[in-house]
Design a protein around this ligand. Structure first.
Ligand SMILES: *Cc1c(COP(=O)(O)O)cnc(C)c1O
Length: 227
């Protein structure tokens, strides 16, 4: 999707995304109420985010801890029931900050981060919802736990006292995403995990058809991110 595809106001875009989700859910025989829309607001400033808040959207996602720390405290003061998700790679030295700020972390993917989260949990009552990111296309550069290593990694999370709600993935670019979404759904089922974070602006409809419980949509709501 490019900037040229973006039309209408933030309100009408939100409505269009929600309608697309509802249509896909219906086709798949699912209840649209069980699918959370996370509005990915990375790179967009508070002025761009406020219209979506005013239109009723309350669940947002960011991919950098520092950017979220700079932007969200003020918005949260004005809109108290905001839920904030971290969808980007998390450095271990930012784990404690992430636990304080975010209500969900979608990028638990390696033992060093499990250790850092365990340590952070020792110092706070906060318990964000946790997703294990899976390297679904076996692309080393993308981060995520290798498919083969997933059962052992989930055991390690449990041993560290981290309750994992589900799995997250970003399929390879420019390929048909459905087989990757189906694989993530299969892995979640095998490991008895209920939540599935998958689907972005270009493919959230497909993701909903494949069982997504959380879709992460940026461009279709905000327009293209500045280059
Ligand atoms: C940026 C981002 C998104 C949103 O992507 P769009 O194509 O703009 O909808 C979703 N998930 C992750 C992990 C992201 O980094």
């Amino acid at each position: 999707m490019t900037a040229g595809d973006i039309q209408g106001t933030p309100e009408t875009r939100l409505e269009a995304v929600r309608e697309t989700m509802a249509r896909a859910a219906k086709k798949a025989g699912r209840d649209t109420g069980e699918i959370e829309l996370i509005a990915i607001s990375k790179t967009h400033d508070a002025d761009a985010i406020r219209p979506l808040l005013d239109a009723g959207q309350r669940v947002f996602g960011e991919n950098r801890v520092q950017e979220a720390q700079a932007k969200w405290p003020e918005l949260r003061d004005a809109y108290s029931d905001v839920e904030l998700h971290l969808v980007g790679q998390l450095q271990s030295n930012k784990a404690a900050d992430a636990v304080e700020l975010f209500d969900a972390i979608h990028s638990v993917d390696r033992p060093s981060l499990v250790k850092a989260l365990k340590k952070a949990f020792a110092n706070t009552e906060r318990r964000p919802m946790l997703f294990v990111q899976v390297d679904i296309g076996e692309e080393e550069q993308k981060g995520g736990c290798a498919i083969d290593a997933l059962p052992a990694f989930l055991d390690r999370c449990r041993e560290a006292g981290l309750e994992i709600a589900g799995l997250m993935c970003v399929p390879p670019l420019d390929t048909e995403p459905a087989p990757y979404f189906a694989l993530l759904a299969k892995l979640a089922k095998e490991n008895r995990l209920a939540a599935l974070s998958m689907g972005m602006s270009g493919d959230y409809e497909t993701a909903v058809m494949c069982g997504a419980t959380h879709v992460r949509v940026g461009t279709a709501l905000f327009g293209a991110r500045g280059g």
